[in-house]
Design a protein around this ligand. Sequence first.
Ligand code: SF4
Length: 380
Amino acid sequence: MAEAGLYIHIPFCEKRCRYCDFYTLAGSRGRIPDYLAALQRELALRAAEPFWQRQRFATLFFGGGTPSLLSPQQIAEILDSCFAQLRFAERVEVTLEANPGTIDGTQMAKYRAVGVNRLSLGVQSFDAAELTLLERVHSPQQALVAAQNARYAGFENLNLDFMFALPNQTLAHWQQTLQQAVALAPDHLSAYNLTIEPGTPIHAAIQRGELKPLTPEEEREFFAFTIGFLEQHGYRHYEISNFAKPGFAARHNLKYWDGSPYLGLGASAHSFDGKRRFWNVANLRKYLERLAQGKLAEEGEEKLTLQQRMFEFAFLGLRQRRGIPLAEFSQKFKMPLAQAFNGELRRLEAQGLVIHEGEYLRLSREGVFLCDEICGRLAG
Ligand code: SF4
């Protein structure tokens, strides 16, 4: 059985970034102790469920929000409880997301000492004007120092997160950010094309004409440049938005992409047991109330139909450089991939957008730029 992943959502942030549409709470740090008590209750309830008792967890990910608002002692207590109540693999990848504006070298060393072995820094840009535009709480200098401190603190697995195709961004500025990024030699880089989500302040600013988003052609140019630049510097483009030095692909994220089960704890966290996806209420008050009553805070669920499971398997496979594993698809769905999706994959292949490579079907160089459109065609 595939090993599982554990996700722990810490929804607190110092200040809300302009583009953010995650479930986060700015200025509510005082609620952290109550939240952690509720998390412990949720963990105990889930750990008593036979399905999660049977799983062996290979990864644990503190995401947010800003998990680096938690003290090393608080992180240690959560880790101790998880290791005591769930079954873990021998070598567990333990990632903590950190905001460069809320962490110093001493704190990093303490996280490392309590068992965090992968640090993910939300840098986003090394350009001061871009960080201001995004309303991040840190400066380029703080991000630089944080990345250096991570190494001094003993992190041998370091990820830096970036965003490109920002309103008004030039390719030259993005190139400078990438140059500074590779100079720090992180083991892993995530580079996301900024998505402007309705309801965010940045979306409103665009609607008012104060900011100009890039055109799809410009976005494509940025993406192509990113792939070429990072590959030249020894990073493998192993998933649409992710690049890694050999041996440093994010094991936790791979679980989302290869259909492994994952358990999400905390407000708004999502879980997947192989057939059913379910999620917690995205509301701190309700989350705390439910757990105080000794109940889970599950708010919704989706039981995937066979068609949905096939689509997800194909879609998540195509997002990865290796592609869709043909034999696994046939075995899982009792049908060869070529027969699924009304022959759409054959048409995509004829158009040169997907190609066979060994035992996989993957996006071609051109297909990589049309990933969303291709997946839309598979969805029918
Ligand atoms: S730090 Fe991350 S989670 Fe928090 S507001 Fe900014 S983008 Fe959202």
